[in-house]
Design a binder for this molecule. Structure first.
Ligand SMILES: *Cc1c(COP(=O)(O)O)cnc(C)c1O
Length: 411
């Protein structure tokens, strides 16, 4: 019997909630970015943070086969995971690493980010111990205020490198702060170019993340490092693109219970939600442990931002408006959350909707938050692989559509 014919049988394998990951959409997005880059600019596909939550290994496999020249991770561990899965593409660990990690990085053929003189010594030392040349990229700090070598120290470090055996300098890069204004990016780029005056030709120079790639074609240099766009998302503050990007993930929870409530009843922890009319309530298998209802709070950037924030707060105090993640979507309609979102369960108002126990609801989350969710990978709408929460990969031999189709991201 084919277990994958129905979402019900998917639940038998994956449990009452899962993250559907559309591998065809991942591949499409990577090809779309490749096409926009043309043949001369390399693509480093960023798969850090477990592939922005969709699963680092599977994302890396798909991007590499769609033409990514490099893969980017944030730690040696993430890089080793790719190597153990048999992925052979060049991998850059984009953050500085600890001295203790240098040996493993070299043994697994990971390219290392070096951001200090001490970093050069550590890598050189590890290279001697492993008996193999280490490949490094220099990171220059140009204004993000995070990691990197001050541009002024570049000549000294190049001297150091010339006398270091076993350390091969392959690339040089900086990371953009995506400032509110374009000037901050131009300033960062100018500082980076000043640092480039000292370096030998032939290094892979890379600066742009998704936002810079879209906004500043002149900053593409030899390679761009793209994450967000490959996952079908637009970078913060950018609302339009001519790229055709596809949505990559869909978090589905199931209805576990349904009940009717009436005036005077309360719903959820704290009893904050007072029922005023007869309602049909569905309890769905999603909560803040999956990242549902968690939104990043940042300081308002200007007065209009602050005004928007205040209006939102006032509306939500009055019980109006719909906070982000404040609803789930059934095939038959949208159901607003009532009461507080729990850790594992959330109540939604399905009054007037033909919803029954077992139905699937789409819940909007950032998948980086739902690390413990099973991932169900689909190609052309057909499941082919399940990654269980403990990391086990279960191939699915053959299946029919689970009813999921990638949606176009707004252009
Ligand atoms: C995360 C990251 C990127 C990718 O950024 P996106 O905005 O997701 O494209 C690029 N470079 C570095 C160093 C990063 O840490």
């Amino acid at each position: 019997m084919n277990l994958m014919n129905q979402p019900e049988s998917l639940a038998a394998l994956a449990g009452p909630k899962c993250l559907y990951v559309d591998s065809s959409a991942l591949e499409h997005n990577a090809r779309e970015v490749k096409k926009a880059l043309g043949p001369l600019v390399k693509l480093l596909a960023v798969v850090k943070g477990d592939g922005y939550g969709v699963g680092g290994v599977e994302a890396a496999r798909i991007f590499a086969s769609a033409g990514a020249d490099y893969l980017g991770v944030s730690s040696v561990q993430e890089g080793v995971e790719l190597r153990k899965a048999g992925i052979r593409a060049p991998v850059l660990v984009m953050n500085p690493i600890l001295r203790e990690e240098c040996v493993a990085a070299i043994e697994h053929d990971l390219e290392i980010t070096v951001a200090s003189r001490q970093g050069v010594f550590d890598v050189a030392d590890a290279s001697r111990r492993v008996g193999r040349t280490a490949r490094i990229h220099l990171e220059i700090e140009t204004g993000l205020g995070r990691t990197g070598l001050p541009a002024g120290e570049v000549p000294a470090i190049l001297d150091e490198l010339r006398s270091c055996e076993g350390v091969h300098l392959c690339g040089i890069f900086t990371h953009m702060g995506e400032g509110h204004r374009d000037e901050s990016s131009f300033r960062q780029f100018a500082r980076f170019q000043a640092a480039l005056r000292h370096v030998p030709r032939g290094l892979v120079r890379h600066v742009s993340n998704s936002a810079a790639f879209l906004k500043f074609p002149d900053m593409r240099l030899d390679m761009v490092r793209i994450g967000t766009l490959l996952y079908g998302q637009l970078p913060f503050g950018i609302r339009h693109t001519t790229l055709s990007l596809k949505n990559v993930w869909d978090f589905r929870a199931r209805v576990l219970f349904i009940h009717d409530v009436g005036p005077g009843d309360t719903i959820g922890y704290g009893g904050d939600y007072l029922v005023k009319r007869p309602m049909k309530i569905a309890v769905v298998s999603a909560g803040y442990s999956d990242g549902f209802g968690l939104t990043a709070v940042s300081r308002p950037k200007d007065l209009s931002d602050l005004a928007r924030y205040i209006v939102k707060m006032v509306l939500s105090y009055l019980g109006k408006g719909r906070g982000e993640g404040g609803a789930v979507r059934f095939e038959c309609g949208v159901a607003p959350v009532v009461g507080r979102i729990g850790m594992q369960l959330t109540m939604v108002d399905v009054t007037g909707l033909p919803v029954s126990v077992g139905d699937e609801a789409s819940v909007s989350i950032r998948p980086t938050a739902g690390a413990r969710l099973p991932r169900v990978y689909l190609r052309d709408g057909v499941p082919y692989l399940i990654r269980m929460p403990w990391g086990e990969m279960r191939p699915v031999e053959f299946g029919k559509s689970a009813g999921y189709t990638g949606r176009e991201v707004q252009k």
